[in-house]
Design a protein. Structure first.
Length: 280
């Protein structure tokens, strides 16, 4: 990497990390991904989101990391678990909207989102899981959402812009008659949890002079599209965390933490167990 570019902050406020920093992000990302691998067998009908979160909290510690979410803006849990029409930030142990308590039921789809800190580096990733047997339309939503994330990641290389990522995500969702959530976005991360830029998953209206930032080697950020079967609008419940779709139709999300390399990107949160489930 060009010496003059080390440790720089771009005009958009995005930190350019150094070559050596990729190892720290890889190590943190791999712990988050390993926990997401391990949690799969726990996601069965009758399991509660409280017990899944307790497992995650224990593994975060056992693997020599700390939870980035416990204590974050008053949040008290090691994961977010978002069921069916919950878009994101579902609270483990809380009553699942539409259910009688926090017990998962056959046919539910859930997102589990884990962020750990290892040696000061943040690893943030989420995946979808099927509880028992999914409905065909739910399975399709989950597959399309995963494809949206991976198409977005394919655009990550120096010289492309953040709008290139957003465009392919939006196009794939719309081609499948699904919508892209606009109220939440991905984010820069590294030695902090949430940093510039906001990584949008839709292409915003742009005025002259408001171009999307250009991707540069050394940028670290998440891509975490939330895709809905119905309308994109969301609302946050009275607990101030749980975001649901206004029309109560299903929502899905996947998230990877990535770093821009000279020729493309490194995905820090790839599954160490090579778990290709549901079909990814
Ligand atoms: N991991 C989430 C993200 O992708 C943030 C969760 S913040 C919490 O950015 F407090 F809700 F856990
Ligand atoms: Co994130
Ligand atoms: Co996350």
């Amino acid at each position: 990497m060009d010496e003059t570019h080390r440790g720089r902050i771009t005009k958009d406020g995005i930190r350019i990390y150094e070559d050596a920093d990729f190892a720290g992000m890889h190590a943190a990302g791999q712990v988050a991904a390993q926990i997401l691998d391990e949690v799969g067998p726990l996601v069965v009908p009758g399991a509660t989101t409280a017990e899944i979160d307790a497992f995650i909290e224990r593994r975060v510690t056992e693997l020599g990391t700390t939870s980035a979410t416990i204590g974050y803006k008053g949040y008290k849990h090691a994961s977010c678990i978002s069921t069916n029409h919950v878009v994101c930030h579902g609270i483990p142990g809380a009553k699942i909207p539409g259910h009688k308590d926090d017990t998962l039921l056959d046919g539910d789809i859930i997102n589990i989102d884990v962020t750990v800190i290892k040696d000061g580096w943040f690893g943030d990733s989420s995946r979808m899981y099927f509880v028992g047997q999914p409905k065909k339309f739910a399975e399709r939503l989950v597959q399309v959402t995963h494809d949206c994330l991976m198409y977005g990641i394919e655009q990550v290389k120096p010289g492309n812009t953040f709008d290139d990522i957003a465009r392919v995500i939006q196009e794939h969702a719309h081609k499948n008659r699904m919508s892209v959530v606009r109220d939440f976005c991905g984010h820069g991360l590294g030695r902090v949890f949430h940093a510039p830029p906001n990584v949008l998953h839709y292409v915003p209206h742009r005025r002259p002079g408001d171009a999307a930032p250009v991707l540069e080697e050394g940028m670290f950020f998440t891509i975490e599209p939330m895709i809905n079967l119905g309308r994109p609008e969301t609302k946050v419940l009275g607990d101030d965390w749980t975001a649901i779709t206004k029309d109560k139709k299903l929502s899905a999300q996947f998230e990877h933490s990535i770093g821009v390399t000279a020729r493309g990107c490194e995905i820090f949160t790839l599954s160490p167990g090579n778990i290709y489930f549901p079909t990814y």
